[in-house]
Design a binder for this molecule. Structure first.
Ligand code: G1P
Length: 286
């Protein structure tokens, strides 16, 4: 059985980007020339997922509109002969089957995933946190996780070795390395103090989860930050089913902070053949 559905928790309020996120979904902020969310959606599709399930909130209409048809705009582009742009707009709306489920209250990542239960019940599913943008043209990170799931069964999380100073920003997981870069997870702590961290391996925003996560999320208590934490439910899951951690291959851009988002824009623009010289020129002027 492979993984056909992918959840995108996108109901977060984006407080780190205020005031811009007062009206705009943070997932719609541009990363070079398209919204952050489109990178995650393309990764899910390139990894073999067919259904995209957005767990969304009231301020996130722009995400729905972005992936929908825009007849007025299309009509205008066609009449003005801008056919290349016209077809580009159509392609965006035909990119994927997207479902939207409202998370009525921002109660945490565990709660957001639980909102996907009506659609994902009974099957393994992917989760992408779109703030973490991964670039790996050879093999997308979600696809690396799905391959481990297909080979070994069970749930899979993406891991990255982080510096001591960053440990308290992430969920931290530990386990036994059963083959190079693959760990059988036996402990996970959400945003621990350095002294309480079970390892230096941080969970990055990609998961393949067993449907058995849902009963655990139903019975969950609040954890770090007073929120229902996905990390806590996966730790429980690991007591009854295998959970694998994969030290992923690829580059990650943390678009969840202003600094990370700005630096991702600059780095990726410098790698774009059409933009590189212009960006270098701008940077030289300072
Ligand atoms: C979430 C998860 C955390 C994970 C992180 C990765 O935290 O709860 O375990 O390490 O994403 O980006 P958040 O960044 O939503 O606070």
């Amino acid at each position: 059985m492979t993984v056909k559905k992918c959840l995108f928790p996108v109901a977060g309020l984006g407080t780190r980007f205020l005031p811009v996120t007062k009206e705009i979904a943070k997932e719609m902020l541009p990363l070079v020339n398209r919204p952050i969310i489109s990178y995650g959606v393309e990764e899910a599709l390139a990894s073999g997922c067919e259904d995209i399930v957005m767990i969304t909130g009231r301020a996130k209409r722009s995400i729905e509109n972005y992936f929908d048809r825009s007849f007025e705009l299309e009509d205008m582009l066609r009449k003005r002969g801008k056919l290349e742009l016209y077809y580009k707009m159509i392609r965006i709306s035909e990119m994927a089957e997207i479902m939207y489920i409202r998370q009525r209250e921002p109660l945490g990542l565990g709660h957001a995933v639980l909102c996907g239960e009506p659609v994902c019940k009974g099957e393994y599913f992917g989760v992408i946190l779109p703030d973490d943008v991964f670039i790996n043209d050879d093999d997308p990170v979600l696809s690396q996780l799905i391959k481990v799931h297909e080979r070994l069964g069970g749930s899979v999380i993406a891991l990255e070795h982080v510096e001591d100073r960053d440990v308290s920003r992430y969920g931290i997981a530990s386990g036994e390395e059963i083959e190079p870069g693959v760990f059988r997870i036996n402990d996970m702590v959400e945003k621990p103090k350095l002294a309480d961290a079970p390892s230096r391996y941080a969970i990055m925003g990609r998961y393949v989860l067993s449907p058995e996560i849902f009963p655990l999320l139903h019975n969950q208590q609040t954890g770090a930050g007073g929120e229902y934490q996905l990390t806590d439910a996966i730790r429980e899951l690991a007591k009854s089913e295998p959970v694998w951690g994969v030290a992923y291959r690829g580059r990650r851009f943390d678009c969840g902070t202003q600094k990370g988002w700005l630096s991702a824009n600059i780095q990726l623009a410098l790698e774009d053949d059409e933009l590189r010289d212009m960006v270098l020129d701008i940077l030289k002027k300072d």
